[in-house]
Ligand binder design. Sequence first.
Ligand SMILES: Nc1ncnc2c1ncn2[C@@H]1O[C@H](COP(=O)(O)OP(=O)(O)OP(=O)(O)O)[C@@H](O)[C@H]1O
Ligand SMILES: [Mg+2]
Length: 242
Amino acid sequence: MRLEIKDFCLSYQNKEIIKNASLSVDSGEVSVLIGPSGSGKSLLALGICGYVPDNLRKMRGEVLLKNEVLENTESARTNFAKKSLSIIMQNPKTCFNPLFSIKSHYAETLQALGMRADLAFMESSLQEVGLEKEVLDLYPFELSGGMLQRVMIVLALAANPLFLIADEITTDLDLLTQYKILEILKKVRKKRNLGILFITHDLEVAAHLADKIYILKNGKVTQYSDFPLSANKLALIFKQGA
Ligand SMILES: Nc1ncnc2c1ncn2[C@@H]1O[C@H](COP(=O)(O)OP(=O)(O)OP(=O)(O)O)[C@@H](O)[C@H]1O
Ligand SMILES: [Mg+2]
């Protein structure tokens, strides 16, 4: 199965921020998207899920999932709710409300997905990412950045999506925690045959994880295909601008 983005184009006040971006992700595989800060990676990730900010315009482009075209942002959101596509954003600390426990956040997510807030389900899904069930009773400020990011993974996987977009999910974490999060992602990808679009600045991580690599620079997406992949080769291309 394939998630495919064709000729996606976003503009701001008549200036194209993303020009004809095309890329794909296959089930059970990791496509990595790299690009300099401000190149539009997060906007593209949000656009794929149908969340184009109100002041930007999607000019062209299609997102196909299971060969079905998501014609506009509204149907993309419907599809989002239909649980096929999920996204994790960069900074988990900004995604949680300090007044609510992890259990409340989880229950709210399940409700939004039309699922029952079943305690046994919540507890067992935490195990998949190496968290104890007691975490449910804690508040976000009682968890480390790595633990919060694991909770984000659990919430993103709650509806058993086919595809996951991970936008710089390891950027704010120390090296050991980054490694642990990547290992968790690899494990769930294998277990669930999940297709992952992994967005990162880190060329080592990109070379290590990727089945396919895309570079976003000056609004254009180019597929990188110089196998075997290495961080050094990528750095060169990255500098030159593919
Ligand atoms: N709502 C918006 N309105 C206008 N411009 C925006 C909006 N959101 C983002 N931008 C601009 O679009 C460009 C791309 O932003 P985006 O956040 O997608 O970059 P990024 O590649 O994810 O960067 P980083 O690696 O730092 O996360 C930036 O120049 C940013 O200032
Ligand atoms: Mg970003």
